[in-house]
Design a protein around this ligand. Structure first.
Ligand code: 5GP
Ligand code: ZN
Length: 138
């Protein structure tokens, strides 16, 4: 399924040209236009899915192996010291393009690079309460 109003549908399916690193029947991997660091890549599904909960499990199963392959290439070819795999779901989580994609962000141990989150504090009761809520639907 494609969405005529979706820019990532057009990029993933080659209607809009992009700097493509890799392509197969399920995905196109491109460079992000506003990179967090040099080489910041995006894995786009070729089919239109809003985000991770909509992605079929057969397609989802291929995403992490591909992310690992891209990250490994960033370390060997771009001399990255590591990489982050980031995937935003819904506006509250920073999703701005509502077509499934995964960010692969090479890290060069540069202090200016973004920090993903600031670790907070937990209590045993707090962890237990959250865990009980989630466990019952999983
Ligand atoms: P999100 O915030 O939805 O997880 O990430 C969307 C990403 O897509 C952003 O990092 C943004 O820079 C990138 N982006 C948005 N439009 C385009 C585009 O037309 N081409 C490319 N290559 N990247 C885009
Ligand atoms: Zn789309």
């Amino acid at each position: 399924m494609k969405d005529d109003n979706c820019i990532f549908c057009k990029i993933a399916n080659g209607e809009i040209p992009s700097e493509t690193l890799y392509e197969d029947g399920d995905f196109r991997v491109i460079l992000d236009l506003n990179p967090a660091s040099e080489g910041h890549a995006l894995i786009l599904s070729k089919e239109h899915y809003r985000n991770l909960p909509e992605l079929p499990s057969q397609t989802a199963a291929k995403v992490l192996p591909l992310a690992g392959k891209i990250g490994k290439a960033m370390m060997s070819e771009l001399s990255a010291k590591g990489f982050n795999v980031v995937q935003n779901n819904e506006e509250a989580a920073g999703q701005t393009v509502f077509h499934f994609h995964v960010h692969i962000i090479p890290r060069y141990a540069n202090p200016d690079e973004m920090l993903l989150w600031k670790p907070g504090k937990s209590t045993e009761e707090g962890l237990k309460a959250v865990s009980e809520k989630l466990r019952k639907v999983l």
